[in-house]
Write a new protein. Structure first.
Length: 173
């Protein structure tokens, strides 16, 4: 069993079945001294990530938090844009109440900023490579393959993903 920290001592690449949905979501603490404003926003994300991890049918494939001085964000990979939208709007899940609480307590007051970006990448338009790395990014969300042969370079990986598998000519007996 691979743990997240197990280094794969080879050159590998990841492939996703179907479209790749990358969702970036984050917050910026604009006024550090207003802890009572930004802490509830900060605390909401771990609740959502625990909920999503406990219910894989909701569609989250992988998430990784990143931290900067005033900025915190999460890179997420989803099964589909439909899964992402359904979670965002679901009354019985953690996101909608957190979003409503943000709008009620902060709104456009400027103390805390939030943002998100969604990228829906058609099949065959994303590639990756990892060398001496644990499973990471698309490599956590998708399937890993040795980066050799038709997967040896970024150009080859994209070309191979966009073209249908080559049929072998029938052998003449």
């Amino acid at each position: 069993m691979n743990r997240m920290t197990d280094v794969i001592a080879e050159r590998v690449c990841a492939e996703m079945e179907g479209e790749t949905v990358v969702f970036l979501i984050g917050m910026r603490i604009n006024k550090l001294w207003k802890v009572w404003k930004w802490f509830p926003v900060l605390a909401a994300m771990p609740r959502m990530l625990r909920e999503l991890a406990a219910q894989p049918e909701l569609g989250l494939l992988h998430a990784r938090a990143q931290f900067g001085l005033r900025n915190l964000w999460v890179v997420q990979y989803w099964q589909s844009a439909e899964h992402l939208r359904a979670y965002a709007k679901a009354a019985g899940q953690a996101h909608l109440p957190a979003w409503q609480a943000f709008n009620a307590s902060i709104g456009t007051g400027g103390d805390v900023g939030i943002w998100h970006e969604t990228y829906v990448v058609p099949p065959g338009h994303a590639e990756s490579v990892y060398v001496n790395m644990p499973r990471f990014g698309l490599g956590r969300a998708g399937q890993l393959f040795p980066a050799t042969g038709r997967r040896a370079s970024a150009a080859k990986r994209l070309s191979a993903l966009r073209s249908p598998p080559q049929k072998q000519p029938p052998s003449s007996v």
